[in-house]
Design a protein around this ligand. Structure first.
Ligand code: SF4
Length: 331
């Protein structure tokens, strides 16, 4: 069950005395967020708007929505990071999954044996890292937890940022991800080039995602080769606050023009196949927003992420593109 740190919300409201607030978080906990909004209104008698657009990470808070509503505080729930807020008006609120990993961790000891592993997770399971480490070590495994960096806590990854596993990758046999997210685990497998397992406490199973990750890499590489044949590129700047990379977009434009390619610039909030279908005269796109949009989705034309676009430039210059995803941050 997801447990939201409501106490922090009450304390912040008592301290700041806002006239109105907004509240948002990932789709998976939207119903819980609605409950919190109801509680805010009944406890403090102020309007609490649920910002119900999707939010995929601390890079995508919808502060523009909160500003348009004119609220005094935006409580962003469920994307726990090392910092407590952004500016004065955004307060990050923890939401943890209290499911027990005891059983699946014991199973992991039996299945993986005496391996050395890097233990890693997403925001919602951070509090389980130490407990699982102890169980694995008692079973004879050697467990490392890599240090966090920037917004990442120790042992935490985002879908595009893998500093803890980057730090441990040369010293371990495999990565072990706590939670249910094949998405995060596949990113870890790709960036470290190591076997990677998901410890799923809900299904009480250990899943290897290495092969799935390799398929994603093959698709990503094929897309780079297809894009190399394009004459006209559309470079898309993402309009989400933590994904705005105008400088990177302009650098790619300059470099592609040196390779005799035409470039058109676009800006989009949500980069979807439907929106791209409406843009004419473009053979391939580069989007410098969220790398996982390109790596995990299917588009009718090549749509490259930032690391793929770096690889494309190398390809156009007849350089090797090997290891283009084996980096700790895909932006
Ligand atoms: S850019 Fe994409 S993968 Fe990276 S943190 Fe944001 S939503 Fe996640």
């Amino acid at each position: 069950m997801i447990v939201i740190d409501e106490k922090k919300i009450w304390e912040e409201i008592e301290k700041r005395k806002p006239v109105s607030v907004a509240i948002n978080g990932p789709d998976g906990i939207l119903s819980k967020i609605q409950e919190v909004a109801k509680k805010i209104t009944s406890r403090f008698n102020i309007p609490a708007y649920v910002l119900a657009d999707p939010t995929w990470g601390s890079c995508d808070l919808n502060t523009a929505g909160a500003q348009m509503l004119g609220v005094d505080v935006l409580f962003h729930i469920g994307h726990t990071i090392r910092i407590e807020g952004f500016g004065n008006n955004v307060v990050m609120i923890d939401a943890f999954d209290d499911i027990s990993f005891d059983s699946v961790a014991k199973k992991c000891v039996k299945e993986l044996g005496r391996k050395t592993v890097s233990l890693v997770t997403d925001s919602q399971h951070l509090l389980h890292l130490k407990v699982v480490k102890k169980i694995l070590e008692e079973g004879g495994m050697n467990v490392l937890i890599g240090e966090g960096k920037g917004q990442l806590n120790d042992g935490q990854v985002f879908g595009c940022e893998f500093y803890p596993t980057e730090q441990t990758k040369d010293d371990v046999d495999a990565n072990v991800f706590l939670g249910q997210s094949n998405f995060h685990a596949a990113g870890i497998a790709l960036s470290t080039n190591k076997p990677t397992y998901v410890l799923d406490p809900y299904f009480n199973e250990i899943r290897e995602v290495t092969e799935f990750a390799q398929k994603l890499q093959k698709k990503a590489t094929l897309t780079i080769y297809k894009a190399a044949e394009a004459k006209t590129f559309g470079i898309i700047v993402g309009l989400k606050e933590g994904q705005l990379s105008k400088i990177t977009a302009l650098k790619f434009k300059k470099e592609l023009e040196k390779e005799d390619k035409n470039v058109l610039l676009f800006a989009l909030t949500d980069i979807t196949s439907d929106r791209l279908e409406r843009l004419s005269g473009v053979d391939a796109f580069i989007q410098v927003a969220c790398p996982r949009i390109s790596i995990d989705n299917h588009f009718n034309k090549p749509v490259l992420s930032t690391p793929q676009a770096h690889a494309l430039l190398k390809l156009l210059r007849n350089e090797s593109i090997q290891g283009y995803l084996q980096i700790p941050h895909w932006l």
